[in-house]
Design a binder for this molecule. Sequence first.
Ligand SMILES: [Zn+2]
Length: 70
Amino acid sequence: MSEELIVKCPICQTEVIWNKNSPYRPFCSKRCQLIDLGEWADEGKRIPSQGDSNDSDDWSEMPSQEPQNH
Ligand SMILES: [Zn+2]
């Protein structure tokens, strides 16, 4: 049995193989890990918002608690 557990990066939804080769799991990269920790802003890497938010639409697909009491 050599099934690989694949998770999705909570930040950018990139598939990450859960093994020793993914030191930042469940994140795909250190960058996403820092974003989640909120530390990335401290590195002076603030991304200026220039209306280029297409890439960040993915995370909104995460299951959220939508009120469905119609
Ligand atoms: Zn990621």
